[in-house]
Design a protein around this ligand. Structure first.
Ligand SMILES: Cc1cc2nc3c(=O)[nH]c(=O)nc-3n(C[C@H](O)[C@H](O)[C@H](O)COP(=O)(O)OP(=O)(O)OC[C@H]3O[C@@H](n4cnc5c(N)ncnc54)[C@H](O)[C@@H]3O)c2cc1C
Length: 477
């Protein structure tokens, strides 16, 4: 059984790592909120993200494009309806003309490209700036979109290609890629597994044996579901085998109605492939009230089952949908009540993992996946205080391609490992991803506003330079 029994030593260690009190005490949370705010206010000014010179590496065209896209993302009516608007535009213009409009704008801002040449060009540029690409195949499914074994096998082929691309090109040392489980196992099965897991746990060893091809019969599943689960686990096994010792695979977190199933299979992959180092990582969404206890549970499990733990720490991308769903079903909201509470949760979890890393950097790894400057500064501060090597491999930062380059470039200049999550594929394949990007830009509060201001300053600087040059100066834009 997966349920863990902790030794007193481990229990005490975990208690001491958990810097915050019980999650359910609202007053405690408010106190923590203000104490963390005070803590953040007193941060030494070691990293500032005020310098528009981070954008000097961009062409004038790239600057104007970024400004235009962020400007569009600030219009609520466009963002809230962008999915519908894009599909209307596609119908009216036809796929080709739509692609001609979208390619040089939103697509070019957030997607690396489609052909090998486009992707390679984009990656090489990133490498030259000291940033590391983390490739992401933007395939994902939600309920009602399940596409059958054949499609899942094709998705597997795309993922394996992604492993090879990440590994065989010299774009970055210690390559990483992202993986969405729902590209390989149907969301319907994940929902069913999630409901089974609320009542009984599956033994991780059972999953590992199934990954290796043993015809296990999982309790609670119909024969046809069991068959699909076995095939899904074997697909995940192929990715684990292809990537172990070559590429670190970061599994995405999705919706709360499937996350327990995603975590279960990810933990099984960790158990199999993370014996010597964290090749498989799981994602923790700090906007969830339960995120810190999930993280601690994962730490416990990794200790009890003797595997290394890789953590992608994010705030969470599906806030509106989670809240609407909870309201519709009459359930309590799984998301923290405010952005400040989410920030507290993020920094608290960050602390837990950084302390573990400072004790055992071979066993734990984290990617601080955020555009939030305060969290990035806090992480940098704690990395320094705990004496963790900036570029030792156990800690790195992550931002999305096309977002908050001023944060990524400043971090890279300071010697930290910085990954940019890089989706690639055709306009059609990346549309759902682009819609989510636009919507997310609405909630990435301070970061995008700051980026827009810095971009504007850089555009203005170049225009002034150009005018000066026309009047006889030397520099060009
Ligand atoms: C490399 C990388 C990988 C990622 N992988 C995943 C993934 O696997 N799964 C996933 O879900 N997301 C993922 N994300 C997206 C991430 O969860 C965030 O949506 C995004 O990064 C914005 O959060 P932030 O910390 O960057 O910015 P911020 O601007 O600091 O925070 C915005 C976020 O805060 C939270 N928030 C905003 N308002 C409120 C409120 N009123 N109450 C409570 N919380 C609030 C929301 O989560 C919102 O997205 C990833 C991001 C990166 C950079």
């Amino acid at each position: 059984m997966m349920t863990s029994r902790l030794s007193l030593h481990h229990f005490l260690t975990l208690r001491s790592l958990c810097t915050t009190g019980p999650r359910t005490q609202a007053s405690g949370q408010l106190k923590r909120s203000s104490s963390r705010a005070a803590q953040a206010d007193s941060l030494p000014v070691m990293l500032t993200f005020e310098d528009p010179s981070a954008f000097r590496v961009k062409t004038f065209r790239e600057l104007v494009r970024a400004l235009g896209v962020f400007q569009l993302c600030s219009v609520p009516i466009l963002v809230n309806n962008c999915g519908k608007l894009m599909s209307i535009a596609q119908t009216l213009l036809g796929k080709r003309s739509f692609s001609i409009v979208i390619r040089p704008s939103v697509y070019a801002q957030f997607v690396a490209g489609e052909s090998d040449r486009e992707i390679a060009q984009s990656m090489e540029k990133m490498s030259s700036l000291g940033l590391r690409p983390m490739l992401a195949v933007p395939i994902e499914e939600d309920l009602g979109e399940s596409s059958g074994e054949r499609q899942y096998d094709q998705n597997l082929a795309s993922m394996l290609e992604c492993v090879n691309m990440s590994h065989s090109n010299a774009w970055s040392k210690d390559p990483m890629m992202q993986l969405k489980i729902t590209a390989l196992i149907s969301p319907e099965l994940c929902v069913k597994l999630t409901s089974i897991l609320s009542e009984q746990q599956y033994d991780l060893n059972l999953l590992v044996r199934a990954m290796e091809g043993e015809p296990i019969s999982f309790p609670g599943l119909l024969e046809i579901e069991n068959e699909h689960f076995l095939r899904g686990l074997q697909r995940l096994n192929k990715i684990g085998e292809a990537s172990a010792n070559r590429v670190r695979v970061l599994v995405d977190a999705e919706y709360t109605y499937i996350n327990p199933a995603l975590s279960l299979v990810t933990m099984a992959m960790m158990k199999k492939f993370n014996q010597d180092s964290a090749w498989i990582w799981n994602t923790y969404q700090c906007y969830l009230k339960e995120s810190q206890s999930l993280l601690l549970e994962a730490v416990r499990l990794s200790i009890n089952e003797s595997f290394c733990l890789g953590v992608k720490l994010v705030r969470g991308a599906y806030m509106d949908k989670e809240r609407n769903l909870a309201k519709k079903k009459g359930r309590s909201d799984p998301v923290h009540e405010s952005w400040e509470h989410t920030n507290d949760s993020y920094n608290g979890s960050l602390d837990i993992v950084l302390k573990l890393i400072s004790q055992d950097p071979q066993r734990y790894r984290i990617i601080v996946a955020t555009h939030n400057e305060m969290s990035v500064q806090y992480a940098a501060l704690r990395i320094g205080e705990l004496g963790i090597d900036r570029d030792g491999g156990s800690v790195c930062f992550g931002q999305l391609l096309g977002m908050c380059d001023h944060v990524s470039l400043t971090l890279a200049q300071q010697g930290y490992s910085v990954y940019k999550s890089v989706p690639y594929g055709s306009v059609n394949d990346t549309l759902p991803y682009l819609v989510r990007r636009a919507q997310e830009n609405r909630t990435v509060l301070q970061g995008i506003r700051k980026e827009r201001d810095l971009l504007r300053r850089e555009v203005r600087r170049r225009i002034m330079q150009r005018l000066k040059w026309q009047r006889g100066g030397e520099e060009t834009i």
